[in-house]
Design a protein around this ligand. Structure first.
Ligand SMILES: NC(=O)C1=CN([C@@H]2O[C@H](COP(=O)(O)OP(=O)(O)OC[C@H]3O[C@@H](n4cnc5c(N)ncnc54)[C@H](OP(=O)(O)O)[C@@H]3O)[C@@H](O)[C@H]2O)C=CC1
Ligand SMILES: O=C(O)CCC(=O)C(=O)O
Length: 409
């Protein structure tokens, strides 16, 4: 099943629950614009490297389109379309004034030098600068991209349109990035994990947690949950995984990561593969890496009582059905990982006002938005007798649909 097919199935299920007309369903599913560009650069060895870049603008009914850029070898049009559509529903679920978009480049960044990465990024901006900007479509980091890449984007954009930090978010704090954006997605994941544990009548203190992915989102989620008193018993990255049944020492693991760039061989841990991590005897499972990892083949093995989708689209719709039948609570991506885009919104607001907020202000506002969205999704789930995922879609589609009707096409 393709990434988009899975996302579309959730949409269709929610549309049925809401009694959405076919015409409105078709309008809301159809992307505004899909752009695919050639990115050719001179590689360090003097040869030409040719890559493909994408930006898909899904929906603008509620405001400028918003969504990250993914640099990963598996990026393709189908995946970017699925991720762009998720952004439309995500910004609506947390009720921030944006539509949805996503982009990326099909590239293995680990095979690039710093100069090649910068060249690819700048060339991508050369190709798409006229379709993004502070009032139209605002990119941000996602898998394989970071604040340095956002700084290059801002600088290259300036060459065409003049200085405007609000054209991209997730920038370094020294270049008008928001304090708290880097940790925001992981912090949001921790906030909703706590809220969901409360619904399960269990404290987060002492909860056993396994996390797939230890990049930006996975590492901050681990660190913040660890500070909340949870026991992180297993984590993994693309090289492999580690476990310690008594709980991994997360501050020490972060130091180990700085030095070795992978979790493997962390002192006091034993190896675990992804299959073992998904089947681990834990309270909470947090996929925080790539999409499509929970499938009909492994969903039955899951022993966690709660899954918090830090990654985008980690669960195929077939697996989702199995997890629901097993009584496992799933906090869906479009709610669980919305902390990142929420603080991106704060960054954009600060850039437009030329005024920065204190970190505590950012954290306080993020907590309010995440818990409000969680409660709202929970309420819809109870009222409509559907899973939190379908409830989140009902909420998001409802808000985008109403904006479309009010604003006109
Ligand atoms: N950054 C953000 O603000 C947001 C991100 N997300 C989503 O969160 C997820 C992670 O993004 P982010 O943390 O930014 O990305 P990063 O690139 O910072 O980290 C990705 C992590 O996933 C690991 N990984 C990749 N493939 C596998 C695999 N097969 N098995 C185990 N681990 C793997 C990587 O390992 P290695 O380092 O070894 O390659 C790395 O630890 C994505 O789905 C993204 O869309 C959602 C909302 C916002
Ligand atoms: O911060 C943003 O604007 C978007 C983050 C993103 O790509 C996501 O939420 O999946």
């Amino acid at each position: 099943m393709s990434s988009y097919e899975s996302a579309e199935r959730y949409f269709n299920h929610a549309a049925e629950v809401m009694g959405l007309s076919d015409n409105m369903g078709k309008l809301l599913k159809t992307p505004q614009r899909e752009v695919k560009v050639q990115i050719a650069i001179e590689m360090d060895d003097g040869l030409i490297g040719t890559f493909i870049g994408y930006r898909i603008q899904h929906n603008k009914a509620r405001g400028p389109m918003k969504g990250g850029l993914r640099f990963h070898p598996e990026v393709d049009g189908d995946e970017v379309l699925a991720l762009a559509s998720l952004m439309t529903w995500k910004t609506a679920v947390v009720n921030i004034p944006y539509g949805g978009a996503k982009g990326g480049i099909s590239v293995d960044t680990s095979a690039l030098s710093h100069r090649e990465l910068e060249s690819i990024t700048r060339k991508f901006v050369d190709e798409i600068h006229d379709i993004f900007g502070p009032d139209t479509d605002i990119p941000a980091p996602d898998m394989g991209t970071n604040s340095q890449i956002m700084a290059w984007i801002m600088n290259q954009y300036e060459k065409y349109h003049g200085y405007n930090p609000a054209c991209v978010t997730g920038k370094p704090v020294e270049l008008h990035g928001a304090d708290g954006r880097e940790e925001a997605t992981g912090r949001g994941v921790a906030i909703v994990t706590k809220a969901a544990m409360t619904k399960l009548k269990k404290p987060v203190e002492g909860a056993r947690v396994a996390i797939q992915g230890f990049g930006n989102v996975g590492s901050f989620a681990a660190s913040i949950l660890h500070k909340m008193g949870a026991k992180i018993v297993a984590v993994s990255d693309a090289f492999g995984g580690i476990q310690n049944q008594d709980g991994l020492d997360i501050p020490e693991l972060l130091k180990h990561m700085e030095k070795h760039k992978k979790v493997e061989e962390f002192e006091g841990s034993e190896p675990i593969d992804n299959a073992g991590l998904f089947a681990a005897d834990v309270d909470v499972l947090i996929p925080a890496a790539i999409g499509g990892v929970l499938t009909k083949e492994n969903a039955d093995d899951v022993r966690a009582k709660l899954i918090v989708e830090a990654a985008n689209n980690p669960t195929t719709s077939e697996a989702d059905y199995i997890l629901e039948r097993k009584g496992i609570l799933v906090v869906p991506d479009i709610l669980a990982n919305a902390g990142g885009v929420t603080v991106s919104y704060f960054e954009w607001v600060q850039n437009r006002q030329h005024f920065s907020w204190e970190l505590e202000e950012v954290r306080k506002r993020l907590e309010k938005i995440m818990t409000t969205a969680f409660d709202r999704v929970w309420k819809v789930a109870e009222e409509k007798k559907v899973s939190p995922r379908i409830a989140a879609y009902v909420l998001g589609i409802g808000r985008v649909g109403r904006a479309t009707v009010l604003g006109g096409i």
